[in-house]
Design a protein around this ligand. Structure first.
Ligand code: T5A
Length: 225
Protein backbone atom coordinates (compact mmCIF):
# COMPACT_ATOMS: atom_id res chain seq x y z
CA UNK A 1 0.00 0.00 0.00
CA UNK A 2 1.32 3.49 -0.87
CA UNK A 3 0.38 6.37 1.42
CA UNK A 4 -0.26 9.72 -0.21
CA UNK A 5 -0.17 11.80 2.95
CA UNK A 6 3.16 13.29 4.01
CA UNK A 7 3.01 14.81 7.49
CA UNK A 8 4.07 18.47 7.74
CA UNK A 9 6.87 17.34 10.00
CA UNK A 10 8.31 13.87 9.60
CA UNK A 11 8.24 11.12 12.20
CA UNK A 12 11.19 10.48 14.49
CA UNK A 13 11.51 6.85 15.59
CA UNK A 14 14.36 5.66 17.81
CA UNK A 15 15.51 2.12 18.57
CA UNK A 16 16.90 1.43 22.03
CA UNK A 17 18.02 -1.49 24.16
CA UNK A 18 21.14 -3.30 25.29
CA UNK A 19 23.96 -4.70 23.20
CA UNK A 20 23.04 -7.06 20.36
CA UNK A 21 19.26 -6.95 20.88
CA UNK A 22 18.72 -6.43 17.13
CA UNK A 23 18.34 -2.66 16.78
CA UNK A 24 20.29 -2.30 13.52
CA UNK A 25 18.56 -5.34 12.01
CA UNK A 26 15.08 -4.08 12.90
CA UNK A 27 15.77 -0.48 11.92
CA UNK A 28 16.74 -1.67 8.42
CA UNK A 29 13.60 -3.82 8.20
CA UNK A 30 11.31 -0.94 9.18
CA UNK A 31 13.09 1.42 6.76
CA UNK A 32 12.49 -1.02 3.88
CA UNK A 33 8.85 -1.32 4.82
CA UNK A 34 8.28 2.45 5.08
CA UNK A 35 10.01 3.03 1.74
CA UNK A 36 7.71 0.42 0.18
CA UNK A 37 4.85 2.50 1.60
CA UNK A 38 6.17 5.51 -0.35
CA UNK A 39 7.84 7.53 2.41
CA UNK A 40 11.22 9.24 2.38
CA UNK A 41 13.21 7.52 5.14
CA UNK A 42 16.52 8.63 6.64
CA UNK A 43 18.38 5.99 8.65
CA UNK A 44 21.05 7.02 11.09
CA UNK A 45 22.73 6.09 14.36
CA UNK A 46 24.19 7.41 17.60
CA UNK A 47 26.81 8.15 18.40
CA UNK A 48 27.40 9.27 14.82
CA UNK A 49 25.30 10.14 11.81
CA UNK A 50 27.41 13.12 10.68
CA UNK A 51 31.11 13.41 9.86
CA UNK A 52 31.92 15.25 13.09
CA UNK A 53 29.79 12.97 15.25
CA UNK A 54 31.35 9.85 13.66
CA UNK A 55 34.76 11.14 14.77
CA UNK A 56 33.46 11.40 18.33
CA UNK A 57 32.01 7.88 17.94
CA UNK A 58 35.43 6.46 17.11
CA UNK A 59 36.93 8.15 20.17
CA UNK A 60 34.13 7.09 22.54
CA UNK A 61 33.79 3.47 21.40
CA UNK A 62 37.53 2.88 21.37
CA UNK A 63 37.45 3.76 25.08
CA UNK A 64 39.37 7.03 24.61
CA UNK A 65 37.10 8.96 26.97
CA UNK A 66 36.64 6.16 29.54
CA UNK A 67 39.46 7.38 31.83
CA UNK A 68 37.66 10.74 32.09
CA UNK A 69 34.60 9.05 33.59
CA UNK A 70 30.87 8.82 32.77
CA UNK A 71 30.17 12.57 33.06
CA UNK A 72 32.76 13.38 30.38
CA UNK A 73 31.44 10.55 28.23
CA UNK A 74 27.87 11.89 28.63
CA UNK A 75 29.08 15.34 27.56
CA UNK A 76 30.80 13.89 24.48
CA UNK A 77 27.79 11.75 23.48
CA UNK A 78 25.74 14.94 23.84
CA UNK A 79 28.18 16.97 21.73
CA UNK A 80 27.86 14.34 18.99
CA UNK A 81 24.06 14.47 19.39
CA UNK A 82 23.95 18.26 19.04
CA UNK A 83 25.69 18.11 15.65
CA UNK A 84 23.56 15.14 14.57
CA UNK A 85 20.29 16.89 15.44
CA UNK A 86 21.33 20.19 13.91
CA UNK A 87 22.85 18.88 10.69
CA UNK A 88 20.84 15.74 9.90
CA UNK A 89 17.82 14.88 12.05
CA UNK A 90 16.25 18.33 12.30
CA UNK A 91 16.42 19.17 8.57
CA UNK A 92 15.11 15.71 7.58
CA UNK A 93 12.11 16.00 9.93
CA UNK A 94 11.44 19.51 8.70
CA UNK A 95 11.11 18.38 5.09
CA UNK A 96 8.70 15.59 6.12
CA UNK A 97 11.01 12.55 6.09
CA UNK A 98 10.85 9.72 8.59
CA UNK A 99 14.04 9.52 10.63
CA UNK A 100 14.92 6.11 12.08
CA UNK A 101 17.75 6.39 14.58
CA UNK A 102 19.74 3.53 16.16
CA UNK A 103 20.00 4.84 19.76
CA UNK A 104 19.39 8.39 20.99
CA UNK A 105 19.16 10.18 24.34
CA UNK A 106 17.70 7.18 26.20
CA UNK A 107 21.06 5.46 25.72
CA UNK A 108 22.78 8.31 27.59
CA UNK A 109 20.19 8.01 30.36
CA UNK A 110 20.74 4.24 30.61
CA UNK A 111 24.50 3.88 30.05
CA UNK A 112 25.89 7.08 31.62
CA UNK A 113 22.94 7.68 33.99
CA UNK A 114 21.54 4.45 35.43
CA UNK A 115 24.77 2.48 34.92
CA UNK A 116 27.38 5.26 35.09
CA UNK A 117 25.93 7.21 38.01
CA UNK A 118 25.56 10.62 36.30
CA UNK A 119 22.59 12.29 37.95
CA UNK A 120 19.32 12.72 36.10
CA UNK A 121 19.22 16.53 36.36
CA UNK A 122 22.61 16.90 34.71
CA UNK A 123 21.58 14.50 31.94
CA UNK A 124 18.31 16.39 31.42
CA UNK A 125 20.29 19.62 30.94
CA UNK A 126 22.65 17.95 28.47
CA UNK A 127 19.71 16.41 26.62
CA UNK A 128 17.98 19.75 26.34
CA UNK A 129 21.17 21.47 25.15
CA UNK A 130 21.87 18.80 22.53
CA UNK A 131 18.40 18.01 21.19
CA UNK A 132 16.27 21.04 22.09
CA UNK A 133 12.70 20.30 21.08
CA UNK A 134 13.68 17.34 18.89
CA UNK A 135 12.26 14.37 20.74
CA UNK A 136 11.32 10.95 19.39
CA UNK A 137 7.68 10.44 18.44
CA UNK A 138 8.13 6.74 19.13
CA UNK A 139 10.88 4.75 20.83
CA UNK A 140 11.06 1.02 20.23
CA UNK A 141 12.75 -0.64 23.21
CA UNK A 142 13.97 -4.09 22.18
CA UNK A 143 14.09 -6.29 25.25
CA UNK A 144 16.26 -9.39 25.57
CA UNK A 145 18.10 -11.06 28.48
CA UNK A 146 21.55 -9.45 28.65
CA UNK A 147 23.36 -12.76 28.21
CA UNK A 148 21.48 -13.47 24.94
CA UNK A 149 22.16 -9.99 23.55
CA UNK A 150 25.88 -10.27 24.32
CA UNK A 151 25.95 -13.70 22.64
CA UNK A 152 24.33 -12.23 19.53
CA UNK A 153 26.79 -9.32 19.50
CA UNK A 154 29.66 -11.84 19.80
CA UNK A 155 28.27 -13.83 16.84
CA UNK A 156 28.21 -10.66 14.76
CA UNK A 157 31.84 -10.07 15.74
CA UNK A 158 32.81 -13.43 14.25
CA UNK A 159 33.11 -11.27 11.12
CA UNK A 160 36.28 -9.75 12.62
CA UNK A 161 35.07 -6.74 14.70
CA UNK A 162 36.43 -6.35 18.22
CA UNK A 163 34.31 -5.72 21.34
CA UNK A 164 33.84 -1.98 21.98
CA UNK A 165 34.07 0.10 25.18
CA UNK A 166 30.67 -1.00 26.57
CA UNK A 167 30.49 -4.57 25.26
CA UNK A 168 33.57 -5.17 27.43
CA UNK A 169 31.63 -4.39 30.65
CA UNK A 170 30.56 -7.36 32.81
CA UNK A 171 27.22 -9.18 32.75
CA UNK A 172 25.87 -7.34 35.82
CA UNK A 173 26.39 -3.98 34.01
CA UNK A 174 24.36 -5.29 31.07
CA UNK A 175 21.62 -6.64 33.33
CA UNK A 176 21.32 -3.20 34.99
CA UNK A 177 21.22 -1.69 31.53
CA UNK A 178 18.32 -3.90 30.48
CA UNK A 179 16.36 -2.84 33.57
CA UNK A 180 17.24 0.83 32.94
CA UNK A 181 15.64 0.70 29.48
CA UNK A 182 12.56 -1.02 30.90
CA UNK A 183 12.32 1.70 33.58
CA UNK A 184 12.54 4.47 30.95
CA UNK A 185 9.83 2.75 28.91
CA UNK A 186 7.59 2.47 31.95
CA UNK A 187 8.09 6.12 32.92
CA UNK A 188 7.35 7.36 29.38
CA UNK A 189 4.79 4.83 28.25
CA UNK A 190 3.20 7.20 25.71
CA UNK A 191 6.45 7.47 23.77
CA UNK A 192 8.01 4.04 24.35
CA UNK A 193 6.96 0.58 23.29
CA UNK A 194 8.73 -2.51 24.63
CA UNK A 195 9.08 -5.33 22.11
CA UNK A 196 10.12 -8.87 23.03
CA UNK A 197 13.28 -9.29 20.97
CA UNK A 198 13.78 -12.98 21.77
CA UNK A 199 11.65 -13.99 18.80
CA UNK A 200 12.71 -14.49 15.18
CA UNK A 201 13.77 -11.47 13.10
CA UNK A 202 10.52 -11.74 11.09
CA UNK A 203 8.32 -11.90 14.20
CA UNK A 204 10.02 -8.90 15.81
CA UNK A 205 9.78 -6.93 12.53
CA UNK A 206 6.06 -7.75 12.32
CA UNK A 207 5.47 -6.55 15.88
CA UNK A 208 7.28 -3.26 15.18
CA UNK A 209 5.35 -2.70 11.94
CA UNK A 210 2.10 -3.24 13.83
CA UNK A 211 3.03 -0.58 16.40
CA UNK A 212 4.04 1.91 13.69
CA UNK A 213 0.84 1.34 11.73
CA UNK A 214 -1.30 1.72 14.84
CA UNK A 215 0.41 4.92 15.94
CA UNK A 216 0.94 6.74 12.67
CA UNK A 217 -0.49 5.11 9.57
CA UNK A 218 -3.97 3.86 10.41
CA UNK A 219 -5.48 7.34 9.96
CA UNK A 220 -3.52 7.98 6.77
CA UNK A 221 -4.76 4.68 5.30
CA UNK A 222 -8.37 5.58 6.09
CA UNK A 223 -7.92 9.06 4.58
CA UNK A 224 -6.41 7.60 1.41
CA UNK A 225 -9.41 5.26 0.83
N1 T5A B 1 26.20 4.58 23.95
C1 T5A B 1 25.50 5.14 22.91
C2 T5A B 1 26.28 5.20 25.18
O1 T5A B 1 26.92 4.70 26.11
N2 T5A B 1 25.63 6.40 25.36
C3 T5A B 1 24.94 7.01 24.34
O2 T5A B 1 24.39 8.12 24.54
C4 T5A B 1 24.87 6.35 23.08
C5 T5A B 1 24.10 6.99 21.94
C6 T5A B 1 27.12 2.14 20.52
C7 T5A B 1 27.61 2.06 21.93
O3 T5A B 1 27.58 3.34 22.51
C8 T5A B 1 26.89 3.31 23.73
C9 T5A B 1 26.00 2.11 23.63
C10 T5A B 1 26.76 1.15 22.78
O4 T5A B 1 27.60 0.38 23.60
P1 T5A B 1 26.98 0.31 18.66
O5 T5A B 1 28.05 -0.32 17.83
O6 T5A B 1 26.03 1.19 17.97
O7 T5A B 1 27.64 1.04 19.88
O8 T5A B 1 26.37 -0.90 19.45
P2 T5A B 1 24.90 -1.34 19.66
O9 T5A B 1 23.99 -0.18 19.53
O10 T5A B 1 24.82 -2.12 20.92
O11 T5A B 1 24.63 -2.24 18.42
P3 T5A B 1 24.90 -3.73 18.17
O12 T5A B 1 25.27 -3.78 16.72
O13 T5A B 1 25.79 -4.38 19.15
O14 T5A B 1 23.54 -4.42 18.39
P4 T5A B 1 22.15 -4.26 17.68
O15 T5A B 1 22.15 -3.24 16.62
O16 T5A B 1 21.16 -4.16 18.75
O17 T5A B 1 21.99 -5.71 17.01
P5 T5A B 1 22.16 -6.18 15.48
O18 T5A B 1 20.96 -5.88 14.73
O19 T5A B 1 23.48 -5.73 15.00
O20 T5A B 1 22.18 -7.76 15.74
C11 T5A B 1 23.25 -8.38 16.42
C12 T5A B 1 23.39 -9.82 15.89
O21 T5A B 1 22.23 -10.56 16.21
C13 T5A B 1 21.58 -11.06 15.04
C14 T5A B 1 22.11 -10.20 13.89
O22 T5A B 1 22.07 -10.88 12.66
C15 T5A B 1 23.52 -9.88 14.35
O23 T5A B 1 24.40 -10.94 14.02
N3 T5A B 1 20.14 -10.90 15.27
C16 T5A B 1 19.35 -11.94 15.63
N4 T5A B 1 19.60 -13.24 15.84
C17 T5A B 1 18.54 -14.02 16.21
N5 T5A B 1 17.26 -13.56 16.36
C18 T5A B 1 16.96 -12.26 16.14
N6 T5A B 1 15.70 -11.81 16.31
C19 T5A B 1 18.05 -11.39 15.77
N7 T5A B 1 18.11 -10.06 15.49
C20 T5A B 1 19.39 -9.78 15.19
Amino acid sequence: MTFQMTPERGRFVTFEGGEGVGKSTQLARLADHLRECGFEVVTTREPGGTEKAEKLRDFLLSGGAAPLGPLAEAALFSAARADHVQALIGPALKRGAWVLCDRFADSTRAYQGACGGVDARTLALLERAAAGETRPDLTIVLDLPARDGLARAATRRDGGETADRFENEGLSFHERLRQAFLDIAESEADRCCVIDAARSVDDVAGAIRAVVHDRFLAHAAQAAQ
